[in-house]
Design a protein around this ligand. Structure first.
Ligand SMILES: CC(C)(COP(=O)(O)OP(=O)(O)OC[C@H]1O[C@@H](n2cnc3c(N)ncnc32)[C@H](O)[C@@H]1OP(=O)(O)O)[C@@H](O)C(=O)NCCC(=O)NCCS
Length: 184
């Protein structure tokens, strides 16, 4: 059984990685309420909206999204999703989103959560994982992705716009998945 998965962070804190469950809604709302606005404006959905969190919960068990949580003492400290199309020319591609609670950053939690989702993507037979990052804002995530062999495939100049109207370049990164190490 893959889950729950216990990971030890740099400061020796023990965290558990497990799939999101329908009963997690109140705690997920609490988690996103603790994420600062500067980490939220570039997300695809307004995670402060209870309807958005409800949508994430409703997606549990559906084929096109797989979400995981990391918890410490039953509190959510990270949420991540692998989004899949299931149809069409990009059905072999998964897309990733990860958010770690600010006080749990730089402790390797993001890396553990990412590694787990990469394994899920491989198990589901995906070939590539794509992640888009706002340059100058998500630089920590770009660095973390680099370390896990994501590479830059494109930059769309000025594609992202902040609430203040400042434009930022969007960097598209892809990681190729190999079924076994011997495929390298
Ligand atoms: C990006 C994010 C998920 C990283 O999570 P994390 O738990 O802090 O990541 P880790 O501790 O595993 O760090 C992994 C690597 O990322 C890099 N990194 C992390 N934080 C960094 C920072 N502030 N600046 C530069 N590099 C950073 C480092 O290379 C680090 O490796 P190291 O510990 O060996 O030095 C987290 O910062 C976050 O939630 N940010 C806001 C939301 C976001 O940007 N999500 C990404 C969308 S996919």
């Amino acid at each position: 059984m893959r889950y729950p998965k216990e990971v030890v962070l740099k400061d020796k804190t023990e965290a558990i990685i497990r799939p999101l469950e329908k009963t997690d809604e109140p705690k997920l709302l609490e988690f996103y309420a603790a994420i600062p606005e500067k980490d939220r404006w570039y997300m695809r959905h307004d995670v402060m909206e209870p309807a958005v969190v409800r949508m994430m919960i409703k997606a549990v068990g559906r084929g096109n999204v797989f979400s995981t949580l990391a918890t410490v003492d039953d509190d959510i400290v990270a949420h991540a999703s692998l989004l899949m199309r299931g149809f069409g020319s990009t059905r072999h591609v998964g897309r990733l989103r990860i958010t770690v609670l600010p006080e749990y950053r730089h402790k390797r939690l993001g890396t553990w959560v990412l590694l787990d989702l990469i394994q899920v993507a491989m198990d589901r037979g995906l070939n590539d994982i794509r992640a888009d990052f706002v340059i100058g804002i998500e630089d920590a995530a770009i660095e973390a992705a680099h370390k896990l062999d994501f590479f830059k495939v494109a930059v769309i100049p000025g594609y992202a716009k902040s609430p203040r109207g400042t434009r930022y370049d969007l960097q598209i990164m892809v990681k190729r998945l190999h079924r076994t190490w011997s495929d390298f």
